[in-house]
Structure formats: C-alpha cells, structure tokens
Design a binder for this molecule. Sequence first.
Ligand SMILES: Cc1cc2nc3c(=O)[nH]c(=O)nc-3n(C[C@H](O)[C@H](O)[C@H](O)COP(=O)(O)OP(=O)(O)OC[C@H]3O[C@@H](n4cnc5c(N)ncnc54)[C@H](O)[C@@H]3O)c2cc1C
Length: 416
Amino acid sequence: MKIIVVGGGASGMCAAIIAARAGCEVTIIEGLSRIGKKLLSTGNGRCNLSNTDQSILHYHGLQSEEDTRSLVQKVFSVYDQEELLSFFRELGLLTRERGPYIYPASEQASSVLDCLRFGLSHEKIRVICDRIVQMIKPCKNGILVQTDQDSHTADRVIYTAGSKAGLKENSFDGYNVIRNCGHTLMGPLPALVQLKSDTKFFKPLAGIRVNAGICLLDETDKILADEQGELQLNAYGFSGIPTLQVSYLASKYLADHQTVYAMLDLLPDMDDEACYHYLLQRGQCCLDRTAESFLIGMLHKNLGIALVKAAGIPLHMPVSGFTEETYRKLCLQIKHLRVPVLGTNGFTNAQVCAGGVNLKEVKETLESKLIPGLFLAGEILDVHGDCGGYNLQWAFLSGMLAGRNASGVISMTDNP
Ligand SMILES: Cc1cc2nc3c(=O)[nH]c(=O)nc-3n(C[C@H](O)[C@H](O)[C@H](O)COP(=O)(O)OP(=O)(O)OC[C@H]3O[C@@H](n4cnc5c(N)ncnc54)[C@H](O)[C@@H]3O)c2cc1C
C-alpha cells in the first residue's frame, strides 16, 4: 500500500513510521527545506513532549469541548502516553520528568527530531522537501497529491499540515488545501499566546516577573478561567504560563467582539483580609515614607508605584496620613487589579492555534468522512491542549493512530 504523508512535523513523522512498520511504502512531502522545524523551537529548545497529568480536561476544541475531549479520549484509548514513551525508547530517546513536565533526557529538542529522523531512515521512508502541497483529490488510482512542482498518487494520504501558530506572516499553511477538500475549519485563532492590555499602565512595568493569580472575566464579571504562576509584565501587556493558559478563551471572546478583562492578584499567598491587615500593620512601620515608596520591599518598586496610582492615592501623600479607606483602596488594587484584554500577540507569537478541521467531519479512526482514504492528525484538527506537553502529545499520538489506521491494520468499515 502506498501512503503519502503531507507535512513532516511531529504528527507526520510518527504517522509515517507506524505506517511503514505495518508494511506500507511511505513518502513524506514537506513544504519547507527540512522536516521537523517547529519541533526544534518547542519547550524553549528542550521539547516538552508530554505531561504526567493525563487529565483529558487539558484538551479543548473551538467548536465543542465535548466533541474534542471525546475524540482525544478515543485516540488515547488506542495509543496512550505509555505507548508514546516506549515508541520513543525504541527510537533511542530517553525521557525524564521535571515536575509534571516530560522532556527528552538530553533536554534537547534536536535529539527528539534526530531520533525521529533515524526512525524514518530505518523504515526507508522517502522524504521530499521544498514541495508545497496545493491540492488533494480522489483520482482513478487512489488519491492525487498536487504540489507546486509535481504530482503524486497514493492509496491513502495522511494530512498533518499543523497550524499557522509560530510561523512568520504570509508563510504557506495547510488550511486552503483541506478547505478545498470540502472540509470546514473552526477558527483558527491564536492560543497559548501573550495578551495585550493598556500600554500606558504596562510600559513602566516591562520586564517585571511576579507570582500572581490571573482571572479572566467577561463583561458581566463571569469568571472564564483562573490560573496562578509567574506572570511576566511587558510593555504591551502580560505573558508567562498562566497568561498562555487563559489566552485561548481571551482569543475566543475577542473574536466574537466581546469585552474581556483580566483580574490580577499580585499577592496570591494572602487573602483579602490578610492583605488589608498586613498593609495596616506595615503602615505603622513605614510612617516616615510616602505613598510612592510605601510598597518598596513588598512588591517591585515600579509595580508598587503603579498600584498606588491605580488606587488614586497621590504619590506624595505621607503614609502617616493614610486612612482605613486608603489601605482598603490599595488592597483592592493589589488583590483585584482589573486590566482590559485588548488583543493577543497574534499567530506568529502563538504556540498553537485553537480551531482546525471540524471534528464532525472526521471518523474516530481519523479518516475524513468526505474523502475516503484521507486521514487527518495533529494540530490541523480542532484539538488544542494546555501548555505543558499536551500539544505535542496529541500530535504524536494522533499521528500514530492515523498511521496505523491508514495502513489498514484494522478494519475501518465498521467505524462510524
Ligand atoms: C514556539 C513554540 C513552542 C512550542 N512548545 C511546545 C512544547 O514545549 N510542548 C508542546 O506540547 N507543544 C509545543 N508547541 C506546539 C507544538 O509544536 C505543535 O502543537 C505541534 O508541532 C503540532 O504538530 P503537527 O505535526 O500537527 O504540526 P507541525 O509540527 O506544525 O508540522 C506541520 C508540517 O506540515 C508542513 N506543511 C504545512 N502545510 C503544508 C503544505 N501545504 N505542503 C507541505 N507541507 C506543509 C509544515 O511546514 C510543517 O513542517 C510549541 C509551538 C511553538 C510555535
């Protein structure tokens, strides 16, 4: 059986190896000059490839969380994390845990790519680079794959073209090809991305890192998401893992032209009352200070000044003149700093895209319901995960399943 894999990324390479091991003649067609380029930049060059917390709740879909989690669950019931780690062990890659995060033991993303490349060459998989696939359509002899330079036919095609997250603007992507196959796309929207806010407020805070809580709110103050961790403040707004985790919902609400706020808790280790009483007590020790310097030693100096200003307290006001109301106002800003979310940092700076091919158009075998013999896997589908190795895990495992099913190892006829 001849199989063409479109896209030599995380998903495509796994699909190709599994299909070749099942005896298929496999060719990967990749648009860039080499395969696995995105993989090299993952996890800051260390490649966070999975996570010890395997809750399905770490996966999301733009059209329906339920449909997405149901598909992910079905895929993981065939190929799970254990299979993934043993697949990599067979390729010579050892992994290690750092807290819940799983990395290659070498902590080099390049070693993940190298081991996959060794696997491709061991299975005698043909890799054709610098060919951008432009069209896929059924033909007399199977499925025709037309690139910008030539055309190929195969019995089955596995489409793993990923998303436009992390790519330069106007780079090629795989969306049009799959749209022209008749598939509908949800979004895509940038996810796992930094958020833009009030630049006047944030500019003096650029470079500050603070352990904080972040709560995403809609215009009625309904809590959409809640995270805690190291927040990085930038001239445009904020980033850091807790921001990335809530960014998909911000992206979704903004795309629907809805107002979104972030409420930052800059002292998450104390509750509101403890913070208020601490400030009162602190006031007694800092009677010779002004409002401008009151928070020095407690928070970053510039952040302290910004919060005093946000509370409407004059900077030159002596602490000795603070009233209970002054402390309450300050406490409110420290614990519930409300800032608008005005946008995201866009696809180029996003780690993944929310959205992708509508899952209603794909069987649980990952075969297209529209074009028999066409399989889809990885980020091109409407599945994205939280930060922490969930996206690569999805790309690898769904790729493996598509590879197995495309090779015809199981009967596909009785699946819906
Ligand atoms: C900076 C960054 C850091 C990240 N870090 C992590 C991390 O640590 N952990 C984690 O789990 N996830 C991480 N991710 C997300 C993860 O990299 C992706 O979810 C994953 O690579 C998706 O795999 P894929 O195979 O579906 O797509 P990709 O890896 O994007 O591969 C798709 C391939 O298809 C090719 N292609 C596209 N269209 C065509 C076409 N028309 N013709 C031919 N070829 C085509 C592309 O060039 C590409 O090589 C990160 C992403 C970024 C951008």
